[in-house]
Design a protein around this ligand. Structure first.
Ligand code: IPM
Ligand code: MN
Length: 372
């Protein structure tokens, strides 16, 4: 029995998770294991009622699970940032899920906006660092007591723009990105190991030509890790350039390892070239702790309850979850089930079909029971 925690969340989250669960249950039945699902009522609805985002008791309870199956969060009634930081980022940080694994893989039968490219060209893995960089949450709009911070910023801007930080408090803001040697090393190790099972090439992303302190450290660590893994081919790319190569030559890439914020940005591009956000899964992984699997898209509030959202990213995230739990065969069967549903035109509106969220889940679950 695999115990899995579930956070359906907001908007379309509960519907896509229901489809995903159905598929994973079918895979379990087919491959001889059971999943014990435990729902956690975390999301906008409860926040609006009680003001609670994630409690200490919930973090404690979740910490005993190897995996969380996560739908989506985000709600029009809540100021942007509150749920994202208070729930999603809180979970990633609390469980030190330092690897954000985002496969960019075009499945057969899917459309890509890249002319002349197909499934054999678009198949790489983005390994996004998930706990550092500009996501550490150190910054200020210079209001309240924090306006006394960072003497250097005050001096620079009072000289440059003639601003007085005390009286022009609204005029300046800053945000700090933090990288550590160990935080960079561990995610790079993961990337090198992942590439060893693939085509043995790792590309590092940074902006060391400008943000040379943080990303200079990233580069130094990458050189060290590359030297310790001489069987793997390596290269550096600047983040601006890599967006260009993702579009022009996606076939160059095998594993791409990136600091957190650049990883956020380039994986939306990755999602688009593999066929759209509706198809892009992600895993937030702590190899020794509680990991979390989710579609990389958001909660799409306007489609809530309409049974029209594409569940494939969530089903695919479920395949990553099964792989993480050691159920490799079942995981492969789920991805094959996704491909079969696409081949048979059992897809939602965004992919040109007319199937429903639950219909796609039911179809794949049934395909796994009968054909996998
Ligand atoms: C993602 C999302 C999140 C991120 C937001 C919702 C906090 O965009 O998972 O890519 O920035 O990491
Ligand atoms: Mn994102």
């Amino acid at each position: 029995m695999h115990e899995v925690a579930v956070i359906g969340g907001d908007g379309i989250g509960p519907e896509i998770i229901a489809s995903g669960r159905k598929v994973l249950d079918a895979a379990g039945e087919r491959y001889g294991f059971e999943i014990g699902w435990t729902d956690f009522d975390i999301g906008a609805e409860r926040y609006l009622k009680t003001g609670e985002l994630v409690s200490e008791a919930e973090l404690d309870a979740l910490s005993s699970y190897p995996a969380i199956y996560f739908g989506a969060i985000g709600d029009d009634r809540v100021t942007p940032g509150i749920l994202e930081k208070g729930i999603l980022l809180t979970l990633r940080f609390a469980f030190d899920q330092y690897v954000n694994l985002r496969p960019v893989k075009m499945l057969a039968g899917v459309d890509t906006p890249l002319a002349g490219k197909g499934p054999k060209d678009i198949d790489f893995l983005v390994v996004r660092e998930n706990t550092e960089d500009f996501y550490v949450g150190i910054g200020s709009r210079f209001s309240g007591k924090e306006k006394k911070q960072l003497e250097v910023v005050r001096n620079l801007y009072s000289v440059k723009f003639g601003l007085d930080v005390e009286s022009d408090a609204e005029e300046i803001a800053y945000q700090i990105g933090v990288l550590t040697r160990e935080g960079s090393r561990r995610v790079m190790e993961y990337a090198f190991n992942a590439s060893r099972k693939r085509r043995k090439k790792v590309t590092s992303v940074d902006k060391a030509n400008v943000l040379s302190d943080v990303y200079g450290l990233w580069r130094d660590v990458f050189r060290d890790v590359a030297a310790q893994n001489p069987d793997i081919t390596t290269e550096f790319n600047y983040v601006d350039a890599i967006t260009m190569w993702f579009v022009k030559n996606p076939e160059w890439f095998d594993v791409v390892v990136t600091p957190n914020m650049f990883g956020d940005i380039i994986t939306d591009l990755g999602a688009m070239i593999q066929g759209g956000l509706g198809l892009a899964p992600g895993g937030n992984i702590n190899p020794e702790g509680t990991s979390m699997f989710e579609p990389i898209h958001g909660s799409a509030p306007k489609y809530k309850g309409l049974n029209v959202a594409n569940p494939l990213a969530t089903v695919w995230a479920g395949a990553l979850l099964l792989d993480h739990l050691g159920e490799a065969e079942a995981s492969e069967a789920v991805v094959k089930g996704i491909e079969a549903s696409i081949a048979n035109g059992i897809v939602t509106r965004d992919m040109g079909g007319s199937a429903t969220t639950s219909g796609v889940g039911d179809w794949i679950a049934n395909w796994i029971s009968k054909s996998a």
